[in-house]
Design a protein around this ligand. Structure first.
Ligand SMILES: [Zn+2]
Length: 178
């Protein structure tokens, strides 16, 4: 949730860092109806600062469903867990995409997936449609989201490996070899 003014420079920095892709649901800005917006990962009411380190590029839906929450319950165990933090966590460490659905792999991933309603039917259908159109979402390849894998950047030869297009969702969501 944003309440403090975020300068144009800071907004641009957040957008560039995220490669214009939503950091929770991975939808690209060019595929979105609404403009992406910076989200306070730790909401201001919990003491979160309006700094690049505490902002994530978010879509309208993720931002509204997340609100000022910073934790939720793991639907599998019922344990209270923090939410996914794009500045600290690797997306592929907590989620994978199967058939347009974003599946939580960890307690953090499961709680975030449910709270942000990442798998509402309309959202799944959009992902599936983009996949069929060859515009599938790509998973960040490492932490801090400064390095996203890109289907349009074959120069990144080390990741993902070549020749795995039939497993596109899976290999883009795999944790890269360190
Ligand atoms: Zn989103």
């Amino acid at each position: 949730m944003i309440s403090t003014y975020v300068s144009a420079d800071l907004r641009q920095r957040v957008r560039r860092r995220a490669k214009h892709r939503r950091e929770y649901c991975l939808l690209a800005e060019q595929d979105a109806f609404f403009t992406h917006e910076p989200d306070h990962i730790i909401a201001e009411k919990h003491g979160g600062a309006t700094t690049a380190e505490n902002l994530a590029l978010s879509c309208f839906d993720c931002n509204r469903f997340k609100g000022s929450d910073i934790a939720s319950l793991d639907p599998t165990t019922g344990s209270l867990v923090r939410l996914f933090n794009p500045r600290v966590d690797g997306w592929g460490d907590h989620f994978q995409i199967e058939g347009g659905k974003i599946c939580g792999l960890t307690a953090v991933g499961r709680a975030t997936e449910r709270l942000l309603k990442l798998n509402l039917p309309a959202r799944v259908e959009i992902r599936a449609t983009l996949t069929r159109a060859g515009r599938a979402a790509l998973c960040p390849r490492s932490r801090n989201t400064d390095a996203f894998s890109s289907r349009r950047a074959p120069s990144r030869r080390s990741y993902p490996p070549s020749g795995h297009c039939h497993l596109f969702w899976r290999w883009t969501c795999s944790k890269p070899a360190s």
